[in-house]
Design a protein around this ligand. Structure first.
Ligand code: ADP
Length: 483
């Protein structure tokens, strides 16, 4: 089965555009930086810059002799954006990390239980930003888009769409029917015709317009599929690696453990989040962590001036670790299993022998213990842990995770492209009418072998003892800084 697809991943920090074919070959890929405008609580990007970068990336591929006469275009990207449009023009994209909207969170018409029954999630994971936009800037927009990739689709085809994965995080979609649920936003002043059309990831959103064709070089009339938010795309991309019916762990700036699920389980302890899965009737259960790569990055800056390689060497310096030294990584508060936005990080058990090298390694251990808590909570039993995200670039971290989990850790050599592969699977499935599994398999790169890291079994007992200490100490952080 063959086809050529253009796949784009518009993330928070970069846009990646690639051409790949059903033989698993990446014919070419181009990356462009994405700029975030930060001012206090405001975190915004400029949709027109996204479009410029997309056009530039396409033209760069073309200049390398890679034909853009593809069978289809599929995009993925950051979720939970709010992109208000007025007369077809989007001045700004308010990012998921922008907290201005949280002030707009007011009473709902529905009970918390009713919201959870519709959305599959805690009522707080709702539409504060949307409400804020409706209240503060009612005349400044006539409709809205929710994802960066949806803006690319809008410019390519003129269609306003949203996929069910990203639809989940708006808090306005019924996770069971994958349709907008008006009762969820009743009283907010928002009307249904201001929302994009919800489509399945493999449905055609529209066809490349003449104007978009002259900007990008993609022939007019090329089908553009709806695609899906990056949370779903990474899950699809990861689904063909190792034991992935059992899920994977993500170690980017933040972290999470994700597993596919057939049912919803609202947890009392910790905050499970559910996304609608690409597959209808299925879900992705996610246990999020606020602190992961941000903590690693802080440690690298603090001890090694931002030099990742120097930090790797520093963690390798100590011959052994003091049995009492622990690091609790809650630099920005935490959500799992301790739910406390005021919690902060701490070193515990320091004695006169502790060096910078010990402390650096304790940071990695603390992150691995924290990640393991989400893994255990979510109930995965796989013998191999598939690890995704920028944190996998650190050899020391990969090894520490393997040692703490006492499981083999598997990392894709092309993990930065997993979301793009996942998006492309939607186009492949649309064209070949095959299963999700077959589509994901066809659209993974046949390039390099995965990296496998095996655990050091001699550390098992000591790390299990430390893990018990960590669980006890981390639990005591809850409420500690409440006053
Ligand atoms: P995001 O979730 O923002 O997309 P990434 O997946 O890019 O994040 O991961 C960012 C994290 O990757 C950083 O916080 C850092 O921990 C880690 N990282 C980035 N570059 C390196 C590197 N060269 N070596 C080791 N770790 C790295």
């Amino acid at each position: 089965m063959s086809c050529r697809l253009l796949s784009a991943d518009l993330g928070t920090t970069s846009l990646k555009v690639m051409i790949l074919n059903g033989g698993g070959q990446v014919e070419g890929s181009v990356s462009e930086p994405v700029h975030t405008y930060t001012d206090g609580e405001n975190h915004e990007q400029k949709p027109t810059e996204w479009w410029q970068s997309f056009g530039k990336a396409c033209r760069t591929l073309e200049s390398r002799g890679i034909g853009l006469d593809v069978d289809g275009v599929v995009c993925t990207g950051q979720m939970e954006d709010f992109i208000p449009l007025k007369n077809g023009i989007a001045e700004t994209a308010v990012l998921y990390s922008d907290i201005r909207g949280s002030k707009g969170l007011t009473k709902r018409h529905l009970s918390s239980d009713a919201v959870a029954a519709f959305t599959g999630n805690d009522w707080r994971a709702t539409t504060p930003l949307m409400k804020w936009l409706a209240d503060e800037f009612p005349e400044q927009w006539d409709h809205v888009l929710f994802g960066s990739k949806d803006y690319l689709i809008y410019r390519l085809t003129g269609a306003s769409v949203c996929d069910p994965v990203n639809g989940t995080v708006t808090g306005m979609m019924n996770i069971h029917t994958r349709a907008w649920e008006e009762q969820l936003w009743q009283g907010s002043g928002i009307t249904r015709n201001q929302l994009p059309r919800l489509l399945e990831p493999e449905e055609v959103a529209g066809y490349v317009l003449k104007e978009a064709a002259s900007k990008t070089g993609i022939p007019a009339g090329t089908p553009v599929y709806c695609g899906l938010g990056d949370g779903g795309a990474v899950t699809l991309g990861a689904s063909v690696h190792g034991d992935n019916d059992e899920g994977y762990a993500y170690t980017g700036t933040t972290g999470w453990t994700a597993v596919p699920a057939d049912t919803l389980t609202l947890s009392e302890e910790g905050s499970v989040f559910h996304l609608a899965a690409p597959q209808q009737g299925r879900f992705i259960k996610i246990m999020p962590l606020i602190n992961m790569g941000n903590v690693h990055q802080w440690a690298v800056h603090t001890w090694c001036g931002g030099d990742f390689e120097a930090f790797e060497k520093l963690t390798a310096e100590p011959d052994s670790m003091p049995g009492s030294l622990l690091f609790i990584p809650y630099l920005n508060g935490e959500r799992n299993p301790v739910i406390d936005e005021k919690a902060r990080g701490s070193f515990i058990g320091i004695d006169g022998q502790v060096t910078h090298g010990h402390m650096a390694r304790a940071v990695l251990e603390g992150l691995a213990f924290s990640l393991k808590q989400t893994f255990v909570q979510i109930g995965t039993t796989s013998s191999t842990l598939f690890l995704v995200g920028g944190g996998t670039k650190s050899r020391a971290f990969r090894q520490t995770v393997a040692d703490v989990f006492q499981r083999s850790v598997q990392v894709s050599a092309e993990q930065e492209l997993l979301a793009s592969f996942g998006a492309a699977a939607c186009g492949f499935r649309a064209i070949h009418k095959c299963s999700w599994k077959d589509a994901a398999r066809a659209m993974q790169s046949v390039g390099e072998e995965d990296i496998i890291v095996t655990p050091d079994v001699s550390k098992k007992e000591e790390l299990e003892r430390k893990e018990r200490l960590f669980i006890g100490a981390a639990g005591r952080m809850r409420g500690l800084f409440e006053t």
